[in-house]
Write a protein that binds this ligand. Structure first.
Ligand SMILES: C[S@@+](CC[C@H](N)C(=O)[O-])C[C@H]1O[C@@H](n2cnc3c(N)ncnc32)[C@H](O)[C@@H]1O
Length: 247
């Protein structure tokens, strides 16, 4: 049997699919097809827009209440019954998705896995700001990170910020004050916090290192938001790309 035929029959394979950042139109065509064909979709709780799941024939299971062992068990059980299984992650599965620890027990049980990339919330956040994450003459590099440790004791934010690159900080809005304090950058450095990027209730707060924590706390945002740090947020000071030089 060819790979395509196996795929068609959903044989012993679990698809780890990126759901995109929220807007149901921001899942890939392949991801859409796979969730439509699936019999079991285990999805990443509130980070996946329920609209994406509406009308699917699959049994839907919210993974936020499940242990890793239980999730694995559910997937293996479904496969044994010949069911097609999709594990649906928010954004792109490779960013803070904890997929390896889910894939390895499946592989150990002889199950094939495939990762279908998705649009990360990072890109929905930059789209909301209508900016670039890399911008000629401003920052040519992007650091993707998150605060580490409950009191940021294992944190690398300070040392990473010294590069002066654009920073995309995931999972950090509940610690926004500590995060902004820890960055070794001038106080006027632009910072944006984008809540629910690409969802209907998206909110964009723009400020600087000195005042963004006040704005975020006042707005009551403490989850599902991206922190973007750097002069790209300001959308100024760039040089034209050679791509568009006069010919
Ligand atoms: C467990 S991580 C998953 C990230 C996901 N794999 C991705 O690529 O977007 C969850 C964090 O991603 C960010 N996030 C997820 N969806 C978001 C959205 N629609 N808008 C802004 N940030 C979001 C938040 O920082 C949230 O705390």
């Amino acid at each position: 049997m060819t790979e395509k035929e196996k795929e068609k029959q959903g044989i012993s394979k679990v698809y780890f699919v990126g759901a995109g950042p929220g807007d149901p139109e921001l899942i890939t065509v392949k991801g859409r097809r796979l969730i439509e064909e699936a019999d079991l979709v285990i999805y990443a709780g509130s980070l996946v827009n329920p609209e994406l799941l509406n009308g699917l024939k699959a049994e839907l299971v919210d993974s936020s209440q499940l242990s890793l062992e239980r999730t694995t068990e559910l997937m293996l059980h479904a496969l044994r019954l010949g069911r097609r299984v999709v594990r649906l992650h928010s954004g792109d599965p490779s960013l803070y998705g904890a997929i390896l620890e889910q894939m390895q027990p499946l592989e150990a049980a002889g199950v094939d896995v495939e990762v279908v990339p998705g649009v990360s919330s990072l890109f929905a956040a930059s789209a909301a700001l209508k900016t670039q994450l890399t911008l000629k003459g401003v920052s040519e590099s992007l650091i993707i990170t998150r605060p580490a440790g409950t009191t940021l004791e294992q944190d690398e934010l300070a040392s990473l910020s010294k590069h002066g690159s654009t920073m995309a900080i995931f999972l950090g809005t509940d610690k926004i004050r500590e995060v902004t304090k820890s960055l070794k950058l001038p106080e006027e450095t632009p910072v944006a916090v984008i809540f629910h990027a690409s969802w209907p209730d998206q909110r964009v707060l723009v400020g600087n290192l000195q005042n963004i924590a006040d704005q975020v706390e006042k707005a009551g945002i403490n989850r599902s938001a991206m922190i973007l740090v750097g002069n790209v947020v300001g959308r100024t000071g760039f040089r034209r790309s050679h791509l568009y030089r006069d010919r």
